[in-house]
Design a protein around this ligand. Structure first.
Ligand code: GUN
Length: 287
């Protein structure tokens, strides 16, 4: 294997350590313990696992944690009332509504996310935080793309001046990734399903980020020799088999550094959520 393996657990441990240290310092200086509330509506099993893992991470780092479990038939009004209560709760600094919402509430997703106070929006999905990120102001930033950037920085992979190509234009990964890379002075191209000559574009990338949701989409011929390849895809191809968007076995022979799936950037998301919760607590204290 030619490429250096960028293992999520090493970076996640460093990020958690930093979040834990900052939380202790905050507590010492101000007496405030960072608090995270996670709302889950319904009984999606994958979401229940995520919520349990978030609660566990909070407990391990000494954060205050509240899990709000609402039934499948919760109305929009009831959900908004819960968000309002948490917006006004002084012990809570971060609020996350676990997605996807049950079918009946999905058409209200924007309304639900916009009901969260932008200062407590640790997912970074509120339009105020999106706008702040785009205009280069201090913002709460979506955890997965922010984790990818933190990983590049910790791994010492230069971003400034690099040609970065992002495949996928979702609000959760592609678009924030574009803005985070741009704010660090990369030259960024974003590709999507209508992009012409995709392989020609991606093979110029020093940093290639795949966030398309298609197993094995990025093949070796699309990757420049020595490039850093970040695979954000999580595709379940069999009951117990997860793969990314990158044909790992072939691409690792060409790339300079590569993240595996599982065991790659997925592990950074909860660590960054902890970091965002500390950021949110500090922002609320400093006004
Ligand atoms: N479901 C899967 N990933 C996420 C995420 O990052 N945030 C929220 N709120 N829900 C999710």
């Amino acid at each position: 294997m030619a490429a250096k393996l960028l293992e999520g657990k090493l970076f996640a441990a460093k990020i958690r350590e930093e979040a834990g240290r900052r939380a202790s310092e905050l507590k010492e200086k101000t007496g405030v313990t960072p608090g995270l509330a996670v709302i889950i509506v319904g009984e999606n099993p994958a979401s229940q696992v995520y919520v349990r893992n978030k609660h566990k991470a909070c407990t391990e780092l000494g954060f205050h944690s509240e899990s709000v479990e609402l039934p499948e038939d919760t109305t929009l009004e009831q959900l908004l009332a819960e968000i309002k209560r948490l917006n006004n709760a002084p012990e809570i600094h971060g609020i996350l509504v676990q997605l996807p919402l049950p079918k009946a509430l999905q058409k209200y997703e924007s309304e639900v996310l916009e009901a969260i106070s932008p200062l407590k929006d640790v997912d970074g999905f509120h339009p105020v935080n999106v706008g702040r990120l785009v205009t280069g102001q201090k913002a709460l930033v979506p955890c997965t793309p922010n984790g990818c950037i933190k990983m590049l920085e910790l791994a010492g992979i230069p971003i400034e001046g690099a040609n970065a190509v992002v495949i996928g234009r979702s609000n959760i990964v592609g678009k924030p990734m574009l803005n985070l890379l741009l704010s660090r002075n990369a030259t960024v191209t974003i590709c999507h399903s209508r992009t012409k000559n995709l392989a020609e574009v991606t093979s110029k990338a020093d940093i290639l980020v795949a966030a398309v949701g298609k197993p094995g989409f990025v093949t070796a011929d699309m990757v420049k020799s020595g490039a850093t390849v970040i695979d954000v895809g999580i595709n379940r191809i069999a009951p117990k088999k997860l793969v990314g968007d990158v044909d790992f076995e072939a691409v690792k022979e060409v790339a300079g550094a590569i993240t595996p799936v599982p065991g790659g950037v997925g592990l950074l998301t909860i660590a960054m959520l902890m970091m965002n919760t500390v950021d949110a607590a500090e922002m609320q204290l400093n006004g």
